[in-house]
Ligand binder design. Structure first.
Ligand code: ADP
Length: 551
């Protein structure tokens, strides 16, 4: 721990809260700039909504959501409309304060008029969301899944998912929401931090029982009931990839602002906690993403009223130790060096026999010290994942990982719990990455390095360079479009630090331009066509400049 910073550079920095915990200029840091902001309830809902506008079917894993207070009238109107078109629809909604966690301030309502539109909503905005009334129950209880995901790199995108996660159980048997039971948090909210205070909470030493279990134990149970576990797993993988695709455009804007290209800076990776609810029909739904998931492997036990003690929690250890251990294995800076040496040996650049021995010996020692702590934990606490359970999770679309390091340095370590899903499945998902390409255009025209907002001149240059202005769309209309959209986004009070057009505002303006230019197509085709159009003009321009430079 270096509470006052550290002068000598490290190869890996493990920050407790955010990217900005310390100034760093090299190595790797376990947080991305802007991630905390990106996964707040409102920002996540906005980012997913943009994707839902483009790809409604692909993004139907996130409940319909409205942002309060600004979208309250829209919420009322849309609910009214849906009720009129389907009178049998009897919805429930869940109101969640922005930036809240651990179930803090959450409540259920049956009608939009039940929202507590008091002063607090103005000072603390919230998301209101359709409540999933038919969750899958195990032992008559509602539960959710916490899955750990490693975002190893943003550019190129690299995503890993942990083979096992946690299932956190409610402590009162579930009933579909009625006016009578809406307030029963132990029935409707799966938060550990709430249910731990219920008299019914069961701490178990066994990962298959109790109020917190491994996700794999649930899958085993579902499989024995005949459920298609492979499909559940592949739906979860696709939910994770799609969610990260929704987050990457803005993350890239933050990234270039904090770590400008061409200047010394660290690279980033991050472990994210995905909270997922399985519906009765086994469809996974995204509840939220956590940028700083708890890595505690202890829980509090009440010895006598009001007196608590921390005791080891085998379920948490089983899942979390493996996640951290394998994250370090994957980002290990020594790994690349070992690989290079291996390459050199294999290509006859060194007298192989002597060198191989020393290199492997010295690596082995370093690695052993490094992993000792984690290995000890595993040996003390849990059995290795059994063959059958392993097979079950391996049965998903993620095949056995190739972890290409010299086998000797990995000897004795359990197989990786983190499975690469991207770029492995990139082909199936790349068509969704339209907003990423819009963000690349936005970043190109930002001009001054270190900013996150586009000024009016940058926007005009974008229009000019991409040849988007014509007799039907004058430069005066361009300015009006810029002012209208920017003013509205800035009035939502998201970020007043800088003036100008934020990425979401630019995306909205881009969609407007696309709709204007390619009227009859579906939105995602309009947007894709406009991106192609802009990219080709910019490529031609670059070529021209290059030729001029040469000349
Ligand atoms: P927090 O960050 O405060 O934990 P969440 O969004 O995770 O907020 O919600 C808390 C709990 O409420 C979840 O763990 C889940 O049990 C329940 N919940 C949240 N959203 C929904 C929803 N749309 N449908 C059903 N249950 C939900």
């Amino acid at each position: 721990q270096f509470p006052f910073g550290r002068r000598l550079p490290c190869d890996i920095y493990w920050h407790g809260v955010s990217f900005h915990d310390n100034d760093i200029f090299s190595g790797q840091v376990n947080k991305f700039p802007g991630m905390t902001e990106m996964v707040r309830k409102i920002t996540l809902s906005r980012a997913v909504r943009t994707m839902q506008d483009l790809f409604p079917v692909e993004y139907n894993f996130y409940p319909r959501s409205w942002i309060l207070p600004e979208e309250f009238p829209l919420f009322v109107a849309e609910v009214q409309m849906m009720k009129e078109s389907d009178p049998s629809w009897k919805p429930t909604f869940i109101v969640k304060p922005d930036g809240g966690c651990q179930g803090d301030g959450i409540y259920l309502i049956k009608d939009p008029s039940d929202i507590r539109l008091t002063g607090s909503l103005q000072s603390r905005p919230a998301v209101v969301q359709e409540y999933i009334c038919k969750p899958l129950l195990v032992d008559k209880l509602k539960f959710d899944i916490r899955l750990y995901v490693l975002l190893k790199s943003l550019e190129p995108l690299e995503i890993y998912i942990a083979k096992d996660g946690l299932s956190r159980f409610c402590t009162e048997p579930y009933q579909e929401p009625t006016l009578k039971n809406l307030h029963q948090v132990f029935m409707h909210l799966t938060n550990y931090s709430l249910n731990i205070h219920s008299g019914n909470f069961i701490h178990s030493d066994n990962v298959n029982t109790g109020s917190k279990r491994t996700f794999s134990s649930i899958l085993c149970r579902l499989s024995s009931r005949g459920a298609d576990v492979k499909k559940v797993w592949s739906d979860i993988i696709s939910l994770v990839i799609k969610t990260i695709i929704a987050l990457t455009p803005e993350l890239k804007v933050y990234y270039q602002s904090d770590i400008p290209a061409g200047k010394p800076g660290p690279t980033c990776f991050q472990i994210l906690g995905f909270d997922i609810l399985l519906m009765k029909n086994l469809k996974p739904m995204l509840l939220e993403v956590n940028a700083n998931p708890s890595m505690r492997i202890e829980h509090e036990q009440e010895l006598s009223p009001g007196v608590f003690e921390n005791v080891p929690s085998p379920v948490d250890e089983e899942v979390k130790v493996a996640v951290i251990r394998d994250t370090l294995r994957l980002v290990d800076p020594q790994k690349k060096k070992r690989k290079d040496v291996h390459h050199e040996i294999n290509h006859g650049l060194f007298p192989a026999r002597i060198h191989q021995k020393t290199t492997i010996e010295s690596c082995k020692n370093k690695v052993n010290v490094r992993y000792n702590y984690f290995m000890c934990y595993r040996c003390q606490t849990s059995e290795h994942v059994s063959e059958t359970k392993d097979e079950l999770l391996d049965a998903g679309p993620a095949d056995r990982l190739e972890y290409d390091t010299s086998k000797n340095t990995e000897a004795g370590l359990p197989s990786l719990c983190l499975k690469q899903v991207f770029p492995k499945y990139a082909k199936q998902f790349n068509y969704l990455r339209l907003v990423d390409r819009v963000a690349a255009l936005f970043i190109r025209f930002l001009g001054v390095k270190g900013t996150t907002k586009l000024g009016p001149t940058g926007f005009r240059t974008f229009i000019r360079n991409c040849k988007l202005s014509n007799s039907n769309f004058s430069m005066a209309s361009v300015d009006i479009l810029y002012i209208d959209i920017t003013r509205r986004w800035n009035s939502m009070g998201i970020d007043h630090k800088e003036s100008g057009m934020c990425l979401q505002a630019f995306v909205e303006a881009f969609f407007c331009l696309a709709q204007k230019k390619y009227k009859s197509l579906p939105l995602h085709e309009q947007v894709a066509s406009l991106i192609d159009f802009c990219e080709s003009h910019l490529a031609a321009l670059d070529e021209k400049r290059l030729a001029c430079g040469r000349g």
